[in-house]
Ligand binder design. Structure first.
Ligand SMILES: O=C(O)CCC(=O)C(=O)O
Ligand SMILES: [Fe+2]
Length: 416
């Protein structure tokens, strides 16, 4: 008979959890580190349950075990852990390809925000900030103030912009500048502390989440029949565009293409931009909502999408004429249980350069200048589901300023 391990006291559990995290931070003995955190989780320590859940979800010390990960996160959330609630909210919104459950996401977000969780407060702020309604705007600014006050650097950067432009609040350039200076020097700025209760009701948040996931109305059908080339304007709020840039900027690197023969990474003149890929596991409500909206615009589930890619073009940089569908050697067909071809591409335009950078389709005689906040959808396959060579397209060289976009390549079948 196996002897059961002796029960852990809460103090011992906390010590095991901290020890496990420290070992991860030092990059030593991940299996032992995981075992320590698992022991603390088993003893009922909520923070350890949350971290174990996230480690299993990410597959950090072994292969990913998403179901077990979710179960541990649920236990931590039940015990009141705000960060676990926030992680579950991003999952409920469908970051990993589940059908979105906005009511559940709103409930979890409200709870996490009520406990002062910075990213939850920021997520609510960005969602409510999409609305022109004055009450929603006021709630939104309060949440952003609270996120910034709780030390969230992205919330602080968004708040600077809001104060500067007077979006959702009175413009206050002095305070915006003081805050920007304080952030640049890393000193603590005078900010409002996080709230002791939820800053907006669950019902209000659920309503705004619902509309944030809905497909934007098509404004122009530049090619109405297959392959569709459709445009929606004002599909992203300026704050959402800024959020994507802030989240991805630290991870930008020189774009590369893949050699179709060898699969090797090539820094080719085809694509001279910088890019960053958003791992679907990144926990951010605004990031999930934008991706859901992009997928909905294409009429395909987000679960079929590859990771969203952020692209930045500086003067002289371009994406020369290319097609987005993959060489047949890199496609596992649907019938073989794979995700199939890249059925559609959705591009979200985040920032316009001062000159240049239009997206063009030479064979369809289409030219789309960059309009921040717009989304472009095009099919890559013909009506029979085969690659359509007429989808040849390019990002023209940027002449002045910077062009930022985010591209979602969506497969025929489940990818996430
Ligand atoms: O930047 C552009 O205008 C086009 C981008 C593009 O073609 C892509 O990301 O696949
Ligand atoms: Fe492309």
């Amino acid at each position: 008979m196996h002897a059961l391990p002796p029960p852990m006291s809460p103090e011992q559990a906390e010590r095991a959890w901290r020890d496990g995290l420290a070992r991860f931070a030092r990059d030593e003995e991940p299996a032992q580190a995981l075992a320590l955190i698992a022991a603390a989780a088993g003893a009922g320590f909520a923070a350890a349950q949350r971290d174990l859940g996230r480690l299993l979800l990410h597959g950090v010390a072994g292969s990913a075990e998403p179901e077990a990960g979710r179960a541990w996160l649920a236990r931590a959330a039940e015990a009141g852990d705000a960060a676990a609630r926030f992680t579950l909210a991003t999952l409920a919104l469908g970051s990993l390809g589940d059908a979105p459950d906005t009511a559940r996401a709103a409930e979890l977000l409200t709870q996490a925000a009520g406990a002062g969780h910075p990213a939850a407060l920021r997520g609510i702020a960005v969602m409510l900030g999409r609305s022109a309604d004055a009450t929603a705007q006021a709630h939104s600014t309060r949440c952003l103030e609270a996120a910034a006050g709780a030390g969230d650097p992205i919330g602080q950067a968004l708040l600077v912009e809001r104060l500067f432009r007077g979006h959702g609040c009175a413009p206050d350039r002095d305070r915006a500048q003081a805050l920007a200076r304080a952030l640049a020097t890393g000193s603590a700025a005078p900010l409002r502390p996080p709230p002791g209760r939820p800053p907006a009701s669950t019902a209000l948040i659920a309503r705004h989440l619902e509309s944030a996931l809905a497909p934007p109305p098509v404004e122009a059908r530049l090619h109405p029949s297959q392959p569709r080339v459709h445009v929606a304007r004002g599909a992203l709020s300026p704050e959402e565009a800024h959020l994507l840039m802030l989240l991805g900027a630290p991870h930008l690197h020189r774009s590369a293409t893949v050699d179709p023969g060898t699969g090797a990474r090539l820094e080719a003149p085809l694509r001279t931009s910088h890019d960053a890929s958003f791992d679907p596991l990144i926990e951010d409500i605004g990031l999930v909502a934008v991706q859901q909206r992009m997928a909905a615009f294409a009429g395909l589930p987000l679960g079929n999408a590859e990771p969203l890619i952020l692209l930045r073009y500086r003067p002289g940089e371009e994406y020369r004429p290319h097609r987005d569908y993959l060489p047949p050697s890199r496609v596992v067909p649907l019938q073989a249980g794979g995700a199939g071809q890249r059925a559609a591409t959705v591009i979200a335009y985040l920032r316009a350069p001062a000159a240049g950078g239009a997206t063009v389709f030479p064979d369809l005689d289409i030219r789309l200048p960059v309009a921040p906040g717009a989304m472009l959808l095009f099919d890559n396959l013909d009506a029979a589901g085969d690659p359509d060579p007429r989808t040849l397209h390019a990002g023209e060289p940027v002449l002045r300023g910077e062009k930022w976009v985010a591209t979602l390549w969506i497969r025929q079948g489940r990818q996430r």
